[in-house]
Design a protein around this ligand. Structure first.
Ligand SMILES: [Zn+2]
Length: 335
């Protein structure tokens, strides 16, 4: 199989679809994951989530086009999105009906090996896998998101940073590692090192020593002021930790909106208090929360007295609803 030819075809098809669906400006902005479900619906292709056993996704090309994705526990939201992007790949590249199990999907590792050695992966499955990666993680989106995060070439070789990048892209850690390699942003050696780590090992580094996360599958996303305006696709119970500079010496502090039960505040503390006599240097305020629904959060940094005029704002949109079931939420919300 000509893997390089398959990659070129898949990359061109993903790029054409980004252009057709006017996604290029948001890709350059680097503030949100690609909405694969909305993309499928915008193409007027029916999309449904059902608890399939042993099958991750199905693409029907005839008699009517349609995509079916498993809603079983085996798929976390990132894997559901990747599976949908794989089936969208079959659609965009004119393939026939396809029933995909775990052997066909998220098999990026075998594709990496196939670049240097023969493989038994059918060409249309390789193309769909490459399309999924290119559609959800085009190089321009990886680069724009890394820029926002202040990551350079050395920074993306650090597993903790790749884990944080994956959470911003709404993709799995493993798939993100392979996308970094296929876009030639890291070397083979760096890829091999990155894939030796598991998200479980990495996320423990993202929280304070001694702190434990309630659910072992919960993720921990670390945000700072550069994430203002970001949209996140998370799961119920994932932890969001925002670290924002606070100008306490000037009498300013971040106001935490009381929007329970949409948001559960878990922790609120400050670090890096200025040494005596250093006036005006900000401290960092660390706010941790979790949730189960979709929430627009807007924090303002203002004085607790007087006119309450703010000097800074920090807004994010977090969707904690996780795995899809039945009709996609974006279709239900449009009804
Ligand atoms: Zn397939």
């Amino acid at each position: 199989m000509n893997i390089r030819g398959a990659r070129l075809k898949a990359t061109a098809a993903a790029s054409d679809l980004h252009r057709k669906l006017n996604l290029r400006s948001e890709i350059r902005e680097g503030l949100r994951p690609i909405d694969v479900y909305k993309s499928i619906i915008d193409l007027d292709v029916p999309l449904l989530f059902r608890p399939l056993e042993g099958v991750l996704g199905v693409y029907l090309s005839s008699p009517e086009k349609g995509i079916l994705i498993s809603s079983s526990d085996a798929l976390n939201p990132a894997r559901q999105r990747y599976t949908a992007a794989h089936e969208l790949g079959h659609l965009c590249m004119g393939h026939g009906n396809s029933v995909d199990d775990a052997h066909n999907i998220n098999d990026q590792e075998s594709l990496q090996r196939a670049e240097t050695a023969p493989t038994d992966v059918p060409i249309f499955e390789a193309e769909a896998e490459m399309f999924a990666s290119e559609f959800l993680m085009p190089k321009a989106l990886i680069v724009s998101t890394c820029k926002k995060m202040g990551l350079n070439k050395a920074g993306i070789m650090n597993p903790k940073n790749v884990y944080q990048l994956a959470l911003r892209l709404g993709t799995s850690y493993q798939a993100t590692c392979y996308a970094l390699r296929s876009n030639e942003l890291v070397s083979f050696q760096a890829l091999n090192r990155l894939t030796q780590f598991t998200p479980k090992q990495i996320k423990q580094e993202c929280i304070d020593e001694g702190t434990s996360i309630e659910h072992p599958h919960s993720d921990v996303i670390l945000l700072d002021k550069t994430d203002h305006g970001r949209q996140l696709l998370l799961k119920p119970g994932d932890h969001v930790i925002m670290s924002l500079p606070e100008h306490t010496s000037g009498g300013f502090q971040w106001t935490v909106p009381d929007i329970s039960p949409l948001v559960h505040w878990l922790d609120d503390k400050r670090s890096g208090a200025s040494p005596e006599g250093v006036f005006g240097s900000p401290v960092l305020r660390h706010l941790t929360f979790t949730g189960e629904s979709k929430v627009d959060l807007l924090l303002t940094e203002c004085r607790s007295w007087g006119d309450r005029e703010y000097i800074n704002q920090f807004g994010i949109n977090v969707d904690f609803r996780g795995r899809e079931e039945g009709l996609p939420r974006v279709a239900r919300e449009a009804l």
